[in-house]
Design a protein around this ligand. Structure first.
Ligand code: NAD
Length: 335
């Protein structure tokens, strides 16, 4: 099948070309993000392959459909960027890669949390400059502290189990409780109880209307003073302006982000010679107790290989008229 692959970097091309040796599709790689302006590049392509910050709103979907596209094959797990209701109405099939390596994201979550707790970002710079002073590097142990895990699907469940391994008390919230985690010692509580009791909170639920700005001025107010929040899920789960205010007041003790609500204009590009225009993002970078990575939690070789293989498997199944394993329906958002 002829596939227009948007937002591609050299590493995407390598993994997709390797996986396509078996799948045999006709892949055309486009560097730009998919937007209303770049959509015409996909004219005549029955399949469009898109990533996390591509635009797939009603306008773009309709334009793609009119150009002959029949399948949107997301090469990511999250699907908040797609208007699934519209896709369904106009007969566009949508697929995603539901799980490529949940361990990649779970482990990156711990990397952010541990780096913040042990101030590794500061220690790294100090030691390189010959400064071996420990002043200001006083850390905290995970052992014995209370973790709050919001969303215990594939990634959140792994994070919860890692916390248990560290000797944490693990509290969780999800609309669907996972009995395996309960057996492992995780306690499910209402969201407001997690906010009240947790020493650190990590977000692993999808972005949807019900979870938009889940962490906001009001929820932050109910948390322990000095709480740490880590978000490796989707940026808009957290109100960044509220987070800045809470960091300034000391209510929020540390913040680890791999995602940001307005990341579409920043992440995945080298902007080191440009002035960043986003003042909220720039302000967050000034705090000593904030670490931000640019949506790299998924970025391991195993995950890239798996993403390419599963995306192409979805396309192959669609082409053969079989149900693609990663098929998305509007019903999934309504739930
Ligand atoms: P998943 O579908 O396996 O798990 C999501 C969990 O959230 C489910 O258990 C679901 O019941 C729960 N949930 C749904 N609505 C909820 C609500 N209102 N409140 C609390 N929980 C709710 O997904 P996953 O594979 O674990 O991925 C989690 C998120 O991680 C994805 O939505 C995606 O946005 C993000 N992600 C980020 C990266 C990255 O590189 N940073 C990579 C992959 C996935």
């Amino acid at each position: 099948m002829k596939v227009a692959v948007f937002s591609t970097k050299p590493y995407d091309r390598t993994s997709f070309q390797a996986a396509n040796a078996q799948a045999g599709h006709e892949l055309v790689f486009f560097q730009p993000r998919l937007t209303a302006q770049t959509g015409p590049l996909a004219a005549g392509f029955p399949a469009v392959c898109a990533f996390v910050n591509d635009t797939l709103d009603a306008h773009v979907l309709l334009a793609l459909m009119k150009q002959g596209t029949k399948l949107i094959a997301l090469r990511c797990a999250g699907f908040n960027q797609v208007d699934l209701e519209v896709a369904e109405q106009i007969g566009l099939a949508v697929t995603r890669v539901p799980a490529y390596s949940p361990h990649a994201v779970a482990e990156h979550t711990l990397a952010l949390l541990l780096a913040l707790d042990r101030k590794l970002h500061k220690a790294y710079n100090r030691v390189r400059e010959g400064n071996f002073s420990l002043d200001g590097l006083l850390g905290r142990e995970l052992f014995g502290r209370t973790a709050g895990v919001i969303g215990t699907g594939k990634i959140g469940a792994i994070v919860a189990k890692i916390f248990i391994g560290f000797g944490c008390k693990v509290l969780a919230y999800d609309v669907a409780e996972n009995p395996d985690l309960q057996t492992a010692g995780v306690s499910y509580l209402p969201l407001d109880e997690i906010f009240r009791q947790a020493d650190f909170i990590t977000l692993h639920c999808p972005l949807m209307p019900q979870t938009f700005h889940l962490i906001n001025e009001d929820s932050l107010a109910t948390m322990k003073r000095g709480v740490m929040i880590v978000n490796t899920s989707r940026g808009a789960l957290l109100d960044a302006k509220a987070a800045v205010r809470a960091l300034k007041s000391g209510k929020l003790g540390a913040l680890g982000l791999d995602v940001y609500e307005e990341e579409g204009d920043l992440f995945f590009e080298d902007l080191s010679n440009r002035v960043i225009q986003d003042d909220v993002f720039s302000r967050m970078l000034t705090f000593p107790n904030v670490i931000i990575t640019g949506h790299q939690a998924f970025f391991t070789q195993r995950a890239l290989d798996s993403i390419a293989q599963q995306t192409l498997a979805n396309i192959t199944a669609f082409e053969k008229g079989e149900p693609p394993p990663g098929r998305l329906t509007a019903e999934m958002v309504r739930r």
